[in-house]
Design a binder for this molecule. Structure first.
Ligand code: FAD
Length: 409
């Protein structure tokens, strides 16, 4: 029998963050993962400002640690490359100087997830069980019974499913289906010696006209590495019968705006593919005795592909919900719905905006226009910049009058 009856499935950023916030609240839990850490996760490896925000809430000293460690590269912004080749450089913060702490980081997931799991191991209130794959769930009188591949049984009054994009809990118990128009496939490869990387480690998102509505990315990493990849919506992939690996190779070897940068580059390891369940649609994220967190809750940003920050944010909110449930001893679906509200109160406005921006990519001439205008218009440029820091400004972007004023002023 497990040590605590709060059971978290998956020790990725979502599950590990849930466990760490529970420990901060003085609540013991069991955290299981089918892997043994360190383990790899296919990802772009960009840790946004939201990751930093959640870590600060957990313990401000953690952010200082990231700055000190060589596996983490501080990143100061993002460059969008429009279909016509124009680039828009958007710093994550205004007035970045020599001494400004990095607003974001880039780190191979094998290192970031291991670092988080090290924090988990330091917490006596968390029982971490690696190499423990949960295969089956049954309702019990007090909640759920989770049965591992080994046959071991975990009795739980609360299950927090943070078992990623392929979550069987999400499919079998929560009843959520992967919908191709709200799902993306991404392919990632590691390279050395990619030329022309940004001097402030800006990440690059290229919206190549031959590959719309998908995107190609170049993210610098520590020690001369770079994370290179492509992402495309699943429905578009199947409509066009696209082979993502072939598209990726074509871009690297022959796209005029890209191929020069790979002339001296060497791929390290293999190209790998993984799904991204997008948060472009609201779903029911909880029910009697359970909550879904991170990719299991399908919370990935539909425009940027960012999911780590949303996984950690939802993990923090899930821990707060556990605390409310324990205080009232209520675990029913109506009580758990407070969690859904908390998640969407925090994330929905930006997910919706990103969904609109994803649709904008279908109109390359508008995309080109916005980038050209932003390059010549300080107010628009600063507004886009502020989207990364300030949610109120994001909501301003939803008001059509705002565009009118900006574009025709
Ligand atoms: C190609 C690609 C590029 C991306 N780029 C970025 C990016 O640059 N920045 C960003 O923020 N996000 C990015 N994302 C999204 C990001 O990778 C995810 O959103 C993030 O990993 C979600 O974290 P999680 O904790 O929910 O799930 P995961 O990180 O997937 O962790 C789930 C854990 O559950 C475990 N598990 C699974 N099943 C079981 C089971 N049955 N029993 C026990 N354990 C189980 C797994 O071993 C794993 O450790 C990208 C995704 C892809 C595919």
């Amino acid at each position: 029998m497990a040590a605590s009856d709060i059971l978290i499935l998956g020790a990725g950023p979502g599950g590990a963050t849930t466990a760490l916030f529970l420990a901060k609240l003085g609540i013991p839990c069991t955290l299981v993962d089918k892997a043994t850490f360190p383990r790899d996760k296919i990802c772009g490896d960009a840790l946004s400002g939201k990751v930093v925000e959640v870590l600060k809430k957990l313990d401000p000293a953690l952010v200082a640690q990231l700055q000190m460690r060589s596996e983490f590269l501080g990143s100061y912004g993002v460059t969008f490359i429009a279909p016509n080749g124009d680039a828009l450089r958007v710093p994550f913060k205004k007035d970045i100087g020599e001494q400004t702490p990095p607003p974001g980081f880039i780190s191979k997931r094998v290192d970031f997830d291991q670092w988080l799991v090290e924090k988990v191991r330091e917490q006596p209130l968390i029982t971490l069980r690696e190499q423990t794959e949960i295969r089956q769930y049954e309702r019990s009188e007090t909640g759920y019974r989770a049965i591992a591949k080994s046959g071991e049984v975990f009795e739980a009054s609360m299950i927090i499913a943070a078992d990623g994009a392929g979550s069987t809990f999400t499919k079998d118990i929560a009843g959520l289906r992967v919908e191709p128009e709200h799902n993306c496939f991404g392919l990632r490869a590691y390279y050395k010696n990619v030329s022309g990387l940004d001097h402030q480690n800006f990440i690059e998102l290229h919206f190549l006209k031959e590959f719309l509505p998908g995107y190609f990315w170049i993210f610098p990493l520590p020690n001369g590495y770079a994370n290179i990849g492509v992402g495309m919506r699943a429905d578009v992939m199947s409509d066009r019968k696209l082979n993502l690996k072939k598209e990726f190779e074509k871009i690297i070897t022959s796209h005029p705006a890209v191929r020069m940068r790979f002339e001296q580059a060497e791929m390290i390891g293999d190209v790998k593919l993984h799904g991204l369940p997008l948060g472009s649609k609201k779903r029911q994220l909880s029910g009697d005795h359970y909550m879904l967190v991170g990719d299991a809750a399908m919370l990935i940003d539909p425009f940027t592909g960012e999911g780590i920050g949303n996984a950690m944010m939802s993990g923090m909110l899930a821990a707060q919900q556990v605390s409310r449930c324990l205080a009232t001893q209520k675990f029913d679906a109506a009580t758990m719905a407070q969690y859904d509200k908390a998640v969407y109160d925090r994330l929905w406005s930006e997910l919706l905006l990103s969904y609109r921006m994803q649709q904008l990519v279908n109109y390359p001439s508008i995309f080109n226009f916005v980038v050209r205008k932003a390059n010549g218009n300080a107010v628009l440029r600063e507004t886009i910049m502020a989207m990364f820091e300030d949610l109120d400004l994001r909501s301003r972007l939803k008001d059509p009058r705002f565009y009118f004023k900006l574009l025709f002023s």
